[in-house]
Design a protein around this ligand. Structure first.
Ligand SMILES: Nc1ncnc2c1ncn2[C@@H]1O[C@H](COP(=O)(O)OP(=O)(O)OP(=O)(O)O)[C@@H](O)[C@H]1O
Length: 448
């Protein structure tokens, strides 16, 4: 049972509240000192606090002091302040000091129950977000808490200090480059360059000069001597993505560089020593390519001294939320949006969606949701999950709630389409500006 601390000096109110909170493990305190002791001992996530505490029952000084002390020792606690029925000034003071919400006497059990239960949900979501952020911070950029990602991080740390050549295997967008970069960051080469090159995206004729560089006059258009990516990565790491697409004749030259640690630029005669760690990746079956003689066997053994299999996202569902939270923070900062996390329905839509292997789909969804979102929490609708059967999240059966969801979504869309211009938004929606403003207020949408 969740612990709920009730701070009130009136034993009648204490009893009434205790009785109405039968779903919680209720702890009672009647003054600041015992309240602080209870906060330290029980660490309740939610507290109701009567501002009129002794010795200043008629005013709010003691209650406000208690609030400050609670938030100083347990800043994530949701404190619901209870005030006299005409004491809005102190209620607002309490909110400014960090209280989660306020409630004016007399106490109505149903109403206060709703406020408390919502406070517990918000506390739970925020805690989940904090945990995600904590994990996300300590991993050389490899985000995830699934067993397979844990194992991978462990392998990255083992491989990093050695000179072994690793081959990363995985589908497109599963994080091969992220993994290669993590090896680089965990090695003593981290202050030197990390250079990635995709062998499939560079025309065959250019790949050689891209990698090895060229001397002035080596070919028409070679106006000046130019270093290749290998030389540019001196002291650091070169990531060769889609190594299976490396042309056969260039494979011999690559092998020579890997074995002898020196290169020759195109049109050059000089052997240039290089100190570069190479990490390769592919989505193809290199062993089969060796059998079919489209990939050199000697190169295959040279680049695959150790192999890391990177699992697709669909095989590590546990990572979806943590990655989503990571992308959300990234894009909120990039687009300067005041978005802090996902709402409950946003989280459940993310959990229930059948993600493919490629992390980019998740990344793009979160990116557009951050742009679309008008509140501090990204909802299922912001994420573009409208079809509840497809996504498996609960769509309300209550008509009013459905209408509110639909109206919120339409406003958000129109607002995004009209790049934040309220007159245009109203025009798109076919309503007047005052009606738009009243809807924005009704649904508490944040218009930046
Ligand atoms: N574990 C992870 N932690 C954080 N971000 C990740 C992770 N895995 C993938 N990403 C993100 O997903 C996107 C795709 O990752 P990446 O480019 O590393 O995949 P890839 O396997 O190299 O893709 P491709 O084969 O298409 O080049 C990137 O934007 C990357 O930042």
């Amino acid at each position: 049972m969740e612990k709920l601390l009730i701070i009130d000096d009136d034993s009648g109110v204490q009893k009434q509240l205790k009785w109405s909170f039968s779903d919680y493990d209720v702890i009672l305190a009647s003054d600041r000192e015992s309240a602080i002791a209870a906060v330290r001992r029980y660490e309740p996530k939610v507290i109701t606090l009567d501002l009129g505490l002794p010795p200043d029952e008629a005013n709010a000084s003691e209650g406000l002091a208690a609030l400050q002390e609670i938030l100083a020792i347990a800043p994530h606690t949701k404190v619901i302040v209870i005030t006299g029925n005409d004491d809005r000034t102190n209620a607002l003071k309490a909110i400014a000091a960090g209280a989660y919400d306020f409630y004016q006497k007399p106490v109505e059990p149903e109403v206060i129950n709703v406020i408390v239960s919502r406070a517990f949900s918000v506390a739970a979501i925020e805690e989940e977000n904090r945990k995600m952020r904590a994990v996300a911070g300590s991993d050389m950029g490899v985000i995830g808490n699934s067993a397979s990602i844990d194992r991978m991080r462990m392998m990255i740390k083992r491989i990093a200090p050695t000179s072994i050549t690793a081959l990363l295997l995985g589908e497109s967008g599963t994080g091969k480059e992220v993994t290669a970069n993590a090896v680089h960051l965990a090695s003593d080469r981290k202050k030197k360059p990390f250079i990635a090159i995709n062998c499939a995206s560079i025309p065959e004729t250019l790949l050689e000069s891209e990698l090895f560089g060229f001397e002035k006059g080596a070919f028409t258009g070679a106006h000046k001597t130019t270093k290749g990516k290998i030389e540019c990565a001196e002291g650091g790491t070169l990531f060769l993505d889609e190594i299976g697409d490396m042309p056969y004749n260039l494979q011999a030259k690559l092998l020579r560089f890997l074995q002898e640690k020196c290169i020759e630029r195109l049109g050059g005669r000089q052997e240039i020593p290089v100190d570069v760690r190479v990490i390769c990746a592919t989505n193809q079956n290199l062993e089969q390519m060796v059998q079919e003689k489209s990939f050199r066997e000697d190169l295959f053994y040279r680049v695959s001294e150790i192999t890391l299999n990177i699992p697709p996202l669909r095989d590590r569902e546990e990572d979806v939320l943590i990655l989503a939270q990571y992308f959300l923070q990234q894009y909120a900062a990039e687009y300067k949006r005041n978005v802090k996390g996902f709402s409950e329905d946003g989280l459940s839509a993310l959990k229930n969606h059948k993600w493919p292997g490629n992390i980019r789909e998740l990344q793009n969804k979160v990116k557009s949701s951050v742009i679309m979102s008008t509140g501090t929490q990204v909802t299922a609708m912001d994420l573009g999950f409208f079809d509840h059967e497809d996504q498996g999240y609960e769509l309300s059966l209550n008509l009013r709630a459905v209408r509110e969801q639909a109206e919120t979504l339409a406003i958000q869309k129109a607002y995004a389409l009209s790049t934040g211009n309220m007159s245009k938004t109203a025009e798109l929606l076919g309503i007047t500006r005052p009606t738009l403003y009243s809807l924005v207020e009704k649904y508490q949408l944040t218009i930046n």
